[in-house]
Design a protein around this ligand. Structure first.
Ligand code: NAD
Length: 420
């Protein structure tokens, strides 16, 4: 199994990062081995009746990296390229993120290899419900709490909530986060990740002594994270010059109006053809001059091919794992880019998911303002702690962020001891 996982390029990348940090921390072999490998790798087959009457079998995965500090927490992804190794890597990163943010969770991740864009809502509902049924015995409010990720939304979470609650014979909102507000989802959860990315970008600008007002940004991806990052940055008075998604990339040096773009995407399905901007090659867009570059789509998009050509001051990693280790080395060597590493940059989502879970367990709710204020406090604390850690230990931001998370998990494992 170890070799199978290491064959996957995304897991290979996560494992390489882990090894580097474990060396840096001087982790002893006994703890290191336990921290590195996932606790549970669950694969389920999902037969679904398609609209044309065929039965198609999909494969779904859930990886629970460790349960030493509480239930696992992490998203559920619908994408054609989903593989067990990729899901295991994303689960591993969730561990360090939850520990870095001081949330009482281990890391988890799930995914189904499917193309939701080619499926009707009915097909997606049947697939989601079948997954919730098959995985039902392995999840629960104290075991594994899922949330949306690429290709899934609050609606998918509502179907999981309904299936799980029907199974249990009672309403269990705390089994899932990122659900609609009327089903006890949290105010502020939809925009939390993008809001956090934009907020942290302002903290990085402050550290560099650059003004927030008029700062320029380029964003890859205009889904949940990218669109709210664009909206919040625009709200702060920044100019988002370029935005891309699967439909193409658009450019306007004077800034793209976030709300008009959202309306255009709702109507046409993508950013391409937005009337107030010109088309640009999506790869070239990443290399344009800007203060903040925000990859908010998929993994491994900043590579050794483009890392040397980036012309941003800040790289705000909204997506998980957008930078390959080779690109990382180039960026570190250049020394002119302020990195906000993914485990911190996109932690707004899991932090507000945690707030949602806490509100559900208490049967109590906070307003959007309260939620976003609490989120900013937590992100600011983690950001400042990271700056202090990197200063003290003379290390880069990615190493510092991962080291903070891994160190906490390692200490917990050591203190709990090994059973039997
Ligand atoms: P999403 O499905 O809502 O949006 C993904 C966006 O990326 C879409 O606009 C899609 O068109 C675009 N995209 C996909 N491939 C692309 C490519 N090759 N080039 C340009 N654009 C491309 O997903 P999301 O929830 O916004 O997640 C985006 C990233 O953020 C993922 O890495 C996810 O793991 C991470 N993330 C999400 C959350 C969350 O709360 N949703 C939290 C933490 C991290």
């Amino acid at each position: 199994m170890k070799e199978d996982l290491l064959q996957d390029p995304v897991f290979g990348m996560a494992a390489e990062q882990f090894d580097r940090v474990a060396d840096f921390l001087g982790l002893e072999q006994r703890v290191r081995e336990r921290c590195k490998w996932p606790k549970r790798l669950i694969t389920v087959s999902l037969p679904v009746t398609m609209d044309d009457g065929r039965t198609e079998v999909f494969f779904g995965y859930r990886v629970q990296h460790h349960l030493s500090r509480g239930p696992v927490k992490g998203g559920l992804r619908f994408h054609p390229s989903v593989k067990l190794g990729e899901v295991a890597a994303l689960a591993m990163w969730m561990n360090w993120k939850c520990a870095l943010m001081g949330l009482p969770y281990g890391g988890g991740k799930g995914g189904i290899a499917c193309d939701p864009r080619a499926m009707s809502m009915g097909e997606q509902e049947r697939l989601t419900r079948r997954f919730a049924q098959e995985i039902g015995q392995f999840i629960g409010p104290e075991v594994d709490v899922m949330a949306p990720d690429v290709g899934t939304t609050a609606q998918h979470m509502a179907w999981i909530l309904d299936t799980y609650s029907t199974r249990e014979g009672r309403f269990v909102p705390e089994v899932i986060t990122g659900k609609p507000v009327e089903l006890q989802g949290s105010e502020g959860r939809t925009q939390a990740t993008g809001h956090g990315v934009a907020f942290l970008a302002t903290r990085a600008l402050n550290k560099l002594g650059l003004p927030v007002l008029g700062a320029s940004a380029v964003v890859q991806g205009f889904g949940n994270v990218g669109s709210y990052a664009v909206e919040t940055m625009s709200g702060y008075g920044m100019h988002v010059r370029g935005v891309s998604d699967l439909s193409g990339a658009i450019w306007n040096k004077a800034g793209i109006d976030a709300l008009d773009l959202r309306a255009h995407v709702a109507k046409t399905g993508g950013v391409a053809g937005f009337p107030d901007a010109e088309a640009i090659d999506p790869d070239e867009m990443l290399e344009q001059e800007c203060d903040i570059l925000v990859p908010a789509a998929m993994e491994r998009v900043i590579t050794e091919k483009n890392a040397g050509n980036l012309k941003c001051r800040i790289l705000a990693e909204a997506a998980n794992g957008p930078t390959t280790p080779e690109a990382d080395s180039i960026i570190e060597e250049r020394g002119d880019i302020f990195l906000i590493p993914d485990v911190l940059c996109n932690a707004g989502g899991v932090t507000v998911s945690y707030f949602e879970w806490v509100q559900n367990l208490q049967r109590f709710s906070w307003t959007k303002l309260e939620v976003l204020a609490k989120l900013e406090t937590k992100l600011n604390e983690a950001f400042e702690n990271l700056m202090d850690f990197c200063e003290e230990r003379k290390c880069g931001h990615r190493l510092g962020a991962l080291a903070t998370g891994i160190d906490l998990v390692a200490r917990v494992k050591k203190t709990r001891g090994l059973f039997p």
